[in-house]
Design a protein around this ligand. Structure first.
Ligand code: ADP
Length: 484
């Protein structure tokens, strides 16, 4: 069983209105360790009624939370941040157990997750309005910014902690309250964060976590008129459903959806740096991030050298249970994830690609999969169009800048993109030509709390992190003072 320094962090109840509770009908579902198949815990299988109550409580709590000064809210968030950092080891162990990522990566995610709370605790104090030029001598025009109100969040399993703090941080700092539905595979990280929020003194109802039936909870969150904003991170398909469901009540939306990141290696690139970047971008979290390199475009002149260097690096990756030392790649989240990568590989091989490394389920069984490299990939193959969300690097060959930019932009998605070049003119031209919300230039790691994370096209709406991230939780109010 999971050994923690503070066993109280592992909760099997949901946290609504400051109360730890079971589903009304007592129903529960199991949370599994993907590395072993073992059940780690059971959590409440809640639905519409519990969600409705949680939203009502968030609405009551909002009245007093919004009246606190930004500094008061900041102090509570800062305490939450400190507690998250102090409990890094336990939070990472819980995350690795339910999600599978190596412990070092889980620890990294806890630091990354906490950084959003710290950042927005500070940023909340810097929300400012405006005074505008007056169009008439007896009038004055002012703009103030107010919290939008009760927010709902639906989060994915690939970053069980960071996808919560990236939403809750700005929401709470802005003076909003939030009810969160974590992914079914990884509710324990969310509940552990709620324990620490409670200990930090964040008042009842300001932050709630509801676990259970995704569709039912989502329907309540999107249809309830008390909810003024929904923030979702997950697949484009579910994002479309939630957007449609939110239409009748005209909710403000933040959507962080799928990606299909191109990773371009130009002929003037530092190839060793490009391999390092590709490894970080592609194989982190076993390829299960929405900003993972999904299509690797390599210039004809350096294609064979890059492929050989990449295969050498990939062959050194250690696959295993994330709780064991030195493991680089854990299991995939579930059987469906394994089937998707298998389908992508089979489709590519059948259409003429060749296997340079891996390609099979790993000998460890469960949902472990070999880190894989495919060469000779072209745009007719599934991997060119769909996000694989697994440890598969498909190598495409290109001959000119115009050709590769066209191929890179040939996607309904527009989240992250990457390229390697040392030519300053090309760097600007390519950076501006890529139709993506984020561009990594000579780096494979771009996410941090200071930067605006988000996409264009069908990758979503809004930005998270950075000072822009506050805007998603604020509304502008215009005051016109007349009769002066
Ligand atoms: P993934 O493919 O990464 O699992 P999903 O979009 O399916 O992405 O899941 C992301 C989050 O959305 C999870 O918390 C999941 O429970 C939730 N979810 C999935 N389907 C729905 C739905 N119909 N309504 C509301 N939430 C949903």
């Amino acid at each position: 069983m999971l050994k923690l320094q503070d066993a109280d962090l592992l909760r099997q109840q949901a946290y609504l209105n400051g109360v730890w509770q079971d589903a009304l009908d007592g129903d529960r579902f199991a949370v599994h360790n993907p590395a072993t198949g073992e059940v780690i815990a059971y959590v409440p299988n809640m639905g519409r009624i519990e969600t409705q109550a949680g939203i009502a409580a968030a609405n009551v709590a909002w009245a007093s939370w919004r009246k606190k000064t930004a500094k008061e809210r900041s102090g509570l968030l800062r305490r939450w941040f400190d507690l998250i950092i102090e409990n890094t080891d336990d939070l990472a162990a819980i995350m690795t157990a339910e999600q599978g990522k190596p412990l070092a990566e889980a620890r990294g995610e806890i630091g990354y997750a906490a950084s959003f709370i710290e950042w927005f605790a500070e940023e909340g104090k810097r929300v400012c309005g405006d005074t505008l030029q007056t169009p008439a001598a007896d009038k004055r025009l002012l703009v103030i910014k107010e919290p939008i109100g009760v927010c709902a969040a639906i989060t994915p399993w690939n970053f069980p902690a960071a996808m919560i703090t990236r939403k809750a941080g700005p929401a709470l700092a802005a003076g909003c309250t939030m009810i969160i539905k974590p992914a079914e595979s990884t509710p324990l990280s969310a509940l552990a964060l709620a324990v620490l929020a409670e200990r930090a003194g964040i008042p009842a109802g300001v932050l709630s976590v509801v676990t259970g039936k995704a569709r039912e909870i989502g329907e309540e969150m999107t249809s309830n008129p008390l909810v003024r904003k929904l923030s979702f991170t997950g697949s484009t398909q579910v994002g479309r459903i939630l957007m449609a469901q939110s239409a009748p009540t005209i909710k403000k939306l933040s959507l962080e959806l799928g990606g299909n990141a191109p990773f371009i290696v130009f002929e003037d690139a530092d190839l060793d740096a490009a391999v390092l970047g590709a490894m970080a971008s592609k194989y982190r979290n076993a390829g299960q991030t929405c900003v993972c390199a999904n299509r690797l475009y390599v210039h004809d002149r350096v294609y064979d050298t890059f492929a050989a260097k990449l295969v050498a690096a990939v062959s050194r990756l250690k696959v295993g249970n994330g709780l064991e030392p030195d493991v680089d790649q854990g299991p995939l989240i579930n059987e469906a994830a394994v089937e998707k990568i298998e389908a992508h590989i089979a489709d590519a091989l059948q259409k003429g690609a060749s296997l340079l490394f891996g390609g099979q389920r790993h000998a460890l069984g469960q949902t472990f999969f070999e880190p894989t490299v495919l060469a000779g990939v072209d745009s007719s193959m599934l991997v060119a169009k769909e996000e694989t969300f697994g440890p598969l690097a498909p190598l495409f060959r290109f001959h000119s800048d115009a050709e590769v930019i066209a191929m890179a932009n040939e996607s309904e998605f527009g989240l992250a993109s990457y390229f390697y070049s040392r030519d300053i003119g090309r760097v600007w031209r390519v950076a501006e030509a890529l139709e993506y919300g984020m561009v990594g230039i000579n780096t494979g790691l771009i996410s941090n709390e200071i930067a605006p994370f988000g996409g264009v096209k069908q990758s979503g709406l809004g930005r998270e992190g950075s000072h822009y991230g506050m805007d998603d939780y604020l509304v502008i109010k215009y005051l016109c003072m007349g009769g002066l």
